[in-house]
Write a protein of this length. Structure first.
Length: 173
């Protein structure tokens, strides 16, 4: 199947977005994909923020994005903006790094009003990095994470993502 990378801006595995990431990761693995998780919080902060591409961990993270067939970008939303760590990582990528790759944005937040971060903050950032196959993602309210309704919505998002990967795989054959 596909080599997928999940970029997680979760502050912890138990944070709402961390739970969402785990759920989607398992769904994608169950569909037969090879999934790698990149926890941005585990990268060396100084190297990340100073854009030190000579740092082996930063270089490996960038290479992971460039080598993936598809990328999931998962971030908590704070005050209608995605995680600064996620932005710092995406800023390290070449201008058209996401071109030709399916991209699935996922976000969680404490208020329905933060949903705007998907369309007015995250999507433009992905487009600036060349994303031309952005799959309709999901925003899950923090209090709904782990509910059956959220699970159904995330399953549907993972399925849309898997479907978007199919044309890329045919081109590679």
């Amino acid at each position: 199947m596909s080599d997928l990378l999940i970029i997680s801006g979760a502050p912890s595995h138990s944070a709402p977005i961390g739970v969402v990431v785990s759920f989607v990761q398992e769904r994608l693995r169950a569909a037969g994909h090879r999934v790698t998780l990149l926890d941005v919080r585990a990268l060396p902060t100084l190297s990340l923020l100073t854009e030190d591409l000579r740092d082996p961990e930063i270089s490996e993270a960038v290479s992971g994005v460039l080598g993936a067939d598809g990328v999931v970008v998962a971030s908590p939303v704070y005050r209608a903006a995605y995680s600064g760590l996620v932005k710092a990582l995406l800023d390290l990528l070449p201008k058209k790094a996401l071109r030709g790759r399916a991209v699935l944005p996922l976000a969680t937040g404490g208020s329905q009003g933060f949903l705007v971060a998907m369309d007015y903050a995250l999507h433009p950032l992905l487009a600036a990095k060349g994303a031309d196959q952005v799959v309709r993602g999901e925003f899950v309210l923090d209090q709904n994470v782990g509910t059956p309704a959220a699970a159904l919505a995330l399953e549907a998002a993972a399925d849309r993502f898997t479907t978007a990967l199919t044309p890329r795989l045919r081109k590679a054959s």
